[in-house]
Ligand binder design. Structure first.
Ligand code: COA
Ligand code: ZN
Length: 315
């Protein structure tokens, strides 16, 4: 494999994850988790989203969370926005990066943000202006980029034309999102290979959901195609309230462990991250899908069984 020496992880658990928890995660706990994640060396955190509080009531405290987190120097604190109003709120709240949301499929876009793709693109123009005025980078996210739970396959050509529109609006980067875990590694590789070759100056990133157990494989495929930024969620929290069957993101500590085992650096302290995952599990009050908190790292060793020990000693 041709492995990079380093990739960067954007933690999305406090946004993608907390938005879909059965219970509202108290503001205090959200702030705590963001601060704990930053202290682990996570370089980018999608803290929350500035959407309609009726659409996503669990993130209605976006302003307060942004105001009360401890801003660690060097950490990028981002937020998701669907329109100009969200962008203005995010800028006002002091985000470092504006991440937009629009779907590659018409029906998911309508379900998610109540707009056609054309209307969303028009809104994105306004978002780009708000971000530019505030001198903040805009990262354009494309949901259902690899398949839609309502419409099925998304042709690469339509993805390509969307990317073109977003690049024209001045997006610094494009985040392709596999909202309901429909992507496979070959598809992910082909998409990034083609798109990144056409727009080499855009920052490319991948947002995966592990709905069908392909998330880490998809990350590796994207890495092979040159992608160096990946979204992940502590403990494997996550899901889209507007996509049936959506489950958690690729689990941050599982992904970081996989990368570190391969010699790919992330700048994250994995042991501390595992402690955060246990803390998040306690906060949400139910088991999280991540594997590492149950299995331990690969360097975990078990005691040699007595009978085996005797055989070994007798040799
Ligand atoms: N934050 C807060 N309020 C907002 C808002 C925002 N980003 N955008 C719009 N509003 C308010 C408007 O001010 C207006 O308020 P008013 O009725 O008091 O005048 C009202 O919402 C309706 O505005 P409109 O533009 O018609 O919005 P809408 O009702 O069609 O909803 C979205 C569109 C995008 C705001 C809404 O669908 C949404 O927030 N979706 C969230 C999607 C999401 O987070 N999905 C999960 C992540 S993938
Ligand atoms: Zn997601």
């Amino acid at each position: 494999m041709r492995l990079p020496t380093r990739v960067s992880i954007c933690e999305v658990g406090t946004r993608d994850g907390f938005q879909i928890e059965p219970d509202f995660v108290p503001t205090e706990r959200k702030i705590e988790v963001v601060d704990l994640l930053a202290a682990c060396g996570v370089s980018r955190i999608e803290v929350t989203s500035f959407v309609h509080p009726k659409a996503v009531p669990h993130l209605r405290d976006a302003e307060e969370v942004m105001a009360r987190i401890a801003r660690r120097p060097g950490t990028v604190y981002a937020a998701l926005v669907p329109n100009e109003k969200g962008a203005s709120r995010a800028v006002e709240a002091g985000v470092d990066e504006v991440r937009t949301v629009l779907s590659a499929s018409e029906s998911h876009n309508l379900a998610n943000v109540n707009m056609t793709i054309a209307e969303s693109l028009e809104r994105m123009r306004g978002v780009a202006e708000v971000a530019a005025r505030a001198r903040l980078p805009m990262i354009a996210g494309i949901s259902t980029a690899f398949g839609c739970p309502f419409e099925g396959p998304v042709p690469l050509a339509s993805l390509e034309s969307l990317v073109g529109r977003l690049a024209d609006l001045g997006a610094r980067g494009i985040n392709l999102a596999d909202t309901t875990g429909m992507a496979n590694p070959a598809q992910v590789f082909r998409a990034f290979e083609r798109l990144a070759a056409r727009w080499p100056d855009l920052e490319w990133s991948l947002h995966t959901h592990d709905t069908r157990a392909m998330a880490i494989s998809n990350v590796l495929a994207a890495m092979e195609a040159g992608v160096r930024q990946f979204d992940a969620s502590i403990g494997g929290l996550g899901g889209c309230p507007f996509a049936p069957g959506a489950t958690g993101n690729v689990c941050t500590e599982d992904l970081v462990h996989c990368l570190h085992e391969m010699g790919v650096e992330t700048g994250i302290d994995l042991d501390r991250l595992l402690e955060v995952s246990r803390r998040v599990e306690f906060i949400v009050g139910h088991p999280l899908p991540g594997r590492l908190i149950r299995a331990g790292k690969s360097d975990r060793r078990s005691p040699v069984p007595e009978a085996v020990r005797r055989r070994l000693a007798a040799r």
